[in-house]
Design a protein. Structure first.
Length: 179
């Protein structure tokens, strides 16, 4: 003999509302994805024609884009600012740690194979600018948000940037991931 509870559960399934018969506490909870680690990602400069910075002009700021792709087998998140240190080609350049913009970061969810980028705003200068006033990028050390390991990316675009590594509000700075 079936109990009344079994009969009610069967009637509910037949009526098409089976989900109501299972208490929410009994359903398995889906775990929230955790943050992406450097080992989960690959990185590079966006080099498509519409993504290339206009380094030959000196009248306005321009943008370069760096992307991260989730190469792991899991979904992960990125939120915040990458760390970006530019290493210069001139012996007087040294290393320039880029300042952050005032834009607010958003949490980005990356499934396997997904890509997200961030922009670096640059202030190019002409070749006739005195050496001490220009920075000639050679390499970028790019650290994903909340990580300590970095990627080393060769600067593929040429040109030079107005050297403002000690400025309070430099014309060259980075934006959060996803912006």
């Amino acid at each position: 003999m079936k109990s009344k509870l079994t009969a009610v559960a069967l009637a509910t399934v037949v009526a098409g509302t089976a989900a109501a018969a299972v208490p929410a506490s009994a359903a398995p909870a889906k775990a929230e994805p955790t943050r992406c680690h450097t080992a989960d990602l690959k990185a590079g400069f966006a080099t498509g024609e519409d993504a290339r910075p206009e380094m030959e002009q000196t009248e306005k700021q321009t943008q370069a884009y760096i992307w991260f792709t989730n190469q792991s087998k899991r979904t992960c998140t990125l939120s915040g600012f990458a760390g970006v240190d530019m290493i210069g080609a001139q012996e007087t350049d040294g290393t320039w740690s880029l300042a952050r913009s005032s834009k607010k970061p958003e949490k980005m969810i990356l499934e396997q194979g997904d890509t997200v980028d961030f922009s670096i705003t640059l202030l190019p200068v002409g070749g006739s600018t005195p050496r001490k006033e220009k920075f000639v990028p050679a390499k970028f050390l790019v650290t994903p948000p909340n990580e300590t390991e970095h990627f080393t990316l060769k600067w593929p675009f040429g040109g030079q940037i107005l050297k403002q590594d000690g400025a309070t509000h430099p014309g060259t700075y980075l934006n959060p991931v996803g912006r």
